[in-house]
Design a protein. Sequence first.
Lengths: 454, 454
Amino acid sequence: MNPTFVLSEAEQTSANNELFELLRIPSVSADPSHVGDMQRAAEYLQAKLATLGFTARVEATDGHPVVYAERLSDPGKPTVLIYGHYDVQPEAPIEEWLTPPFEPTVRNGRIYARGSTDDKGQAYAHIRGVELLLASGELPLNVKFLLEGEEEVGSKNLEPYLQQYAEQLKCDVIVISDGSRFAPDVPTVTYGLRGLSYVEVLVQGANRDLHSGSYGGVAPNPINALAEIISKLKDEQGRITIPGFYDGIDEITQEERDLWASLPHSDAEFAVSIDAAGLPGEAGYTTLERIWARPTLDVNGIWGGYQGEGSKTVIAAKAGAKISMRLVPGQDTENITKLIQDYVPKIAPAGVKVEVRALHGGQPVKIDLDNPYVRAAGKALQQVYGKAPAFTRGGGSIPIVAAFREILKAPVVLVDFGLNEDAPHSPNESFAVKDYHNGILTSAYLLQELAQVE
Amino acid sequence: MNPTFVLSEAEQTSANNELFELLRIPSVSADPSHVGDMQRAAEYLQAKLATLGFTARVEATDGHPVVYAERLSDPGKPTVLIYGHYDVQPEAPIEEWLTPPFEPTVRNGRIYARGSTDDKGQAYAHIRGVELLLASGELPLNVKFLLEGEEEVGSKNLEPYLQQYAEQLKCDVIVISDGSRFAPDVPTVTYGLRGLSYVEVLVQGANRDLHSGSYGGVAPNPINALAEIISKLKDEQGRITIPGFYDGIDEITQEERDLWASLPHSDAEFAVSIDAAGLPGEAGYTTLERIWARPTLDVNGIWGGYQGEGSKTVIAAKAGAKISMRLVPGQDTENITKLIQDYVPKIAPAGVKVEVRALHGGQPVKIDLDNPYVRAAGKALQQVYGKAPAFTRGGGSIPIVAAFREILKAPVVLVDFGLNEDAPHSPNESFAVKDYHNGILTSAYLLQELAQVE
């Protein structure tokens, strides 16, 4: 019989106070003047984990340090790696904060502070979850913590770190709590993320800007050409026309369709929430299916010619656009980038030269819905919330997840405690006290469930 | 028997010296610090015209003054109005001038100075042309000069002036020399100009920028939508698809086709001159026909989303484009603007809101090729150059020409003495001495020929 966890009032107060201490350290990774605070925050976490019996170290990188800690109870048991980050976004614009960003304040049941939800609060919930679990005896599995200090500035030193310490970081499953669950009353397990291929298309017409009176009707117009190229990248059904684009992609299963259809979602409310006149997209798929499990193509930026007030009768020499494609499992970012690089010159109209530059990419990831660790996360949430959780995928990409998959070769399970309304990255970021405490309970139950995976 | 005109060496020297005096006055209309120079330039012209027996006045406007002068020999004779402007473009970038912009310098047979070709040199050629004609007796027709000081800043006070003095300015034909002839060895009469309809298309998707991970596949993308709209404005043959766009336009006559086909022009050289990979455009028309006598649609500017370095995964809330259409006789600028305003919302994809704002317009103009004043101009050029001139149209718009047509209701004949290689508006603007002197001769012959029109 598994133990049942509760947080006593004393434990709640202690958990709050410890998190508040961490939140008071302005560990803004983007700001060089906070380099000392980065070190302080890392040491605070290292010290706490040491008190829990972890071998804990603050490890230097070429940027801000990584906190690594492990408590290995039994090599025969599963090993979980919990990832989080102790760095936070800059606080600007400071004048929009109702209370100081680095003085945590509780109002209406919410902790207001920079980093409260992203990610100090969610990461610390796991530390207190381990503490709660330890109160009933030795940990039933091997636990490793990896807490970085550069997530908000692109995690550029983490991949080398993973590569260097791959052996030490070896694990059966990776758990991350650094985002938002589906809805306030919907506990959520996220088991997949889309990937990305991001390119820049540059179109050149004449060698200089031309007068549209003297040359209009004859000179190639790179803006018109670019518009034509973009319009040819999708058909009338919203399907992407790049040959081979959909080859080999994982179709959405009936189980997924059913699960997602049962979630509380209204297209009308969704459209109202962004004040859009409609939700156009690929025919044959629901909104959630399109966001989580279908590839997309969006122009993210476009420029060319005269952008000022009034009119200028110019035919520009150049135009450009940033185009990104969200990818789904079965697609490969490098292959997709190559496909669009091959295709755009073929659909470019006569008279212009085009170039497609690869800018950025990321692999899509997905764990099987019936992966035992995914199921274990579901069981843990059921015990905390008394209801079945949602199993969702994410429409975005978390580059570090793909790195974990690639280097550590373990499944990544995302169990988010936050909500979009927490306003991460914005002024007055907050984290509900209840969500923090449920996060602690979830972590304890989750570790207990993961321990029982064969 | 008409007299034959020659410029003696003394006359050449005197004509040069007088023009140089005018070029030394830095009458930059855009720069308020030159307001005194504007007055000086106007008074210089007024004084000269007075010595030629003209009733000449410097007339105040809400901007820079207008020089008006008339010498009315006989109410039974035709009346010509010669338009020109004494204001010049700013000299910047000053460091690129080989000799000072307001100290005319002759090198290799060219007068280098700001305003040398645009338009002091060409306008002064008419003044010296009148002087040459007067040397053989009373003028054979009534001559009026209208020399403005705001052409380079949009002529915004000229239309009210025309309206106020329409009766005084009454004439049978208007002559303008303020541009470039077809080619160095091709004397040119220009008898038509394209018009313009210039609009701004604004597309709105959601009410704010969205993350392409969380919303990609569902949120309306205004940039993609704008590209689709633009691509639908022309068909595969380069024809504009706006319903009614081509209704009622004057087709190019066989005479025009033949005349233009005989001009020295090479598509290959033209493409090389702008380093373009091709000269795309409406099927079924030659390059010159497309520039001079076919309507066009060009995007002059486009913007939306992220335009900086690297990648940003944003779905923009808004995008916009400036779109202009060059119009030909038979089209009406206001009607065409209305047609595109009606059409764009119909071709906009679902989920976005569009707005088409009218920015600017101008009517196309054309005089019949067999108009006697056009023929008279041709005869004058034949006498100066010993060869038949080209009869061309212009691809651009000269707003003041449409205003002349509308208010004074007289045909406008463009007899340009300059060349593109004179580099008007650029550093080291120049005017060939030979072209200046031929301009003087042309003016004398032209007035003589115009006088004989019944």
